[in-house]
Design a protein. Structure first.
Length: 459
């Protein structure tokens, strides 16, 4: 079913111009706010070194195997998530629900992710003004509260960020996504290098190295282990259809196993470098790495306002956050756009502008969650922003990843799975251990994380 007419399908479908363009685009999808914002603070809250070690094990045991699954499904069908599962099964099959979950995930996540990216954009301009000349830590920390409660400012930056995302997607695979990734990712890496060099000259750098690479079993709890496992899964953009969609633009010349390993290594290096950028600064100025979600928007601005040349490094840091968010956002938007192109046969312009506008509209309640809609609650007393994050992070993504592993492990034609894994691959002999992980280890691990996330498994 999949093989028939595939040659013609490949000719008519957009594809990556180069393997490096594909790797940079996928790395951009994986490297997002979670690497630079979330990973450092959850590592800090769970003792640093040992948490990071478990995270690295999880990346290679769970994350990479599921990423290969997504690439295999996408490349073998040359289709967006819903069409991919229909082609591999049938129109009446239960499995197409997995594709629909991917579309829904992309839509929901981008609607509030754009709001968070807008905060980073706003802080770029706050940094240019040297945080309005404020020196009092309480005043600087309070800037975020003012921003969060100001719906109009949130809406403005939400609109700007969605405009940037849509503009890139309109260019298509080669001239839009790939071109943007080849430009933005080197800039992102360059910014990280500049910030790392600056941090390495701070007095707290040696303390940060010890914190990041020295295991401390006393601070790691069973809940922390699951947090490491869960983040290893979420950081690679798995379960939301992004890697499947990007995989659908691949030809059979690409080694998907090698590519998955490279992408995962790049993502992991960025997360570790982010720790080595943030923690030396915090230790130097006597602040805690356990600051939680407020680490980036509350703690770091206080430090930047005190350090020599802080304005320059603050601008670079928040631009870094913005670029990381943008490279992830375009993958989320492409998941939705590809559905309308493949399933409804819309042209790219229509399939980008209409869904993009709808995502912007759906993100308005998230932008207003700290202000006009602060009293509106749902899903256990959460405001709209937190409810959407809870729905996506705790339900859609884990279920999507679990179903993808089960589908490849038990439903997808075994010969097709072998063909996708081994084709032009230098890791062909590793098929058996990979398939074991896909069938048993990955589903079990993701299921445990899912039960923990929804509160059915407690420690």
């Amino acid at each position: 079913m999949v093989e028939k007419g595939m040659t013609e399908k490949i000719k008519n479908r957009g594809h990556w111009a180069t393997r490096m363009g594909f790797i940079l685009a996928c790395s951009g999808s994986a490297i997002g706010l979670g690497n630079i914002w979330k990973f450092p603070y959850i590592a800090g809250m769970n003792g640093g070194g040992l948490f990071i070690f478990i995270y690295l094990l999880s990346i290679f045991a769970i994350g990479i195997p599921i990423m290969i699954c997504e690439f295999a499904i996408g490349r073998s069908t040359q289709s967006s998530p819903v069409e991919a599962f229909i082609k591999l099964t049938s129109k009446s099959s239960f499995w197409q629900i997995v594709g629909w979950m991917g579309i829904l995930s992309g839509f929901v996540i981008l609607s509030y992710y754009s709001v968070v990216a807008g905060w980073a954009l706003h802080y770029v301009f706050l940094s240019l003004e040297n945080f309005n000349g404020a020196t009092n830590p309480e005043v600087i920390s309070g800037f975020f509260g003012d921003l969060y409660s100001n719906g109009w400012i949130n809406l403005f930056w939400h609109a700007i960020f969605m405009f940037l995302t849509i503009s890139i997607i309109l260019g298509g695979v080669k001239k839009g996504i790939e071109r943007a990734s080849r430009l933005l990712m080197p800039i992102l890496f360059g910014m990280m290098c500049l910030l790392l060099i600056r941090s390495s000259f701070m007095s707290g750098f040696s303390q940060a190295l010890s914190f990041v690479f020295s295991p401390d079993a006393s601070k790691l709890t069973p809940a922390g282990v699951l947090e490491a496992l869960g983040h290893a899964f979420f950081t690679l953009s798995l379960g939301m259809g992004a890697m499947l969609t990007y995989g659908s633009y691949l030809t059979h010349k690409t080694d998907i196993v090698k590519s998955s390993i490279i992408i995962s290594i790049m993502d992991t290096v960025v997360a570790l470098v982010a720790c080595l950028i943030l923690f030396p600064v915090l230790f130097t100025y006597g602040m805690s790495p356990e600051a939680g979600p407020g680490l980036v928007f509350k703690s770091m601005p206080i430090v930047f306002a005190q350090m020599p040349g802080g304005t320059i490094f603050a601008v670079i840091f928040f631009l870094l956050l913005t670029l990381a968010a943008l490279t992830s956002a375009i993958s989320l938007m492409e998941v939705v756009t590809s559905f309308f192109i493949d399933t409804l046969k819309w042209n790219r312009k229509t399939a980008t502008l209409i869904p993009g506008f709808l995502i912007f509209l759906f993100g308005i309640p998230s932008a207003l969650s700290g202000g006009a809609l602060s009293k509106f609650t749902m899903l256990g007393g959460r405001n709209f922003f937190d409810a959407m994050d809870y729905l996506a992070s705790n339900w859609l993504l884990p279920l999507g990843g679990l179903c993808i592993a089960l589908f490849v492990g038990y439903r997808m034609d075994l010969e097709l799975v072998k063909k996708e894994f081994k084709e032009n691959s230098m890791f062909a002999k590793w098929f058996a251990p990979w398939f074991y992980s896909v069938r048993y280890l990955a589903p079990l691990a993701v299921a445990i994380v899912f039960l923990y996330k929804i509160g059915l498994l407690k420690f």
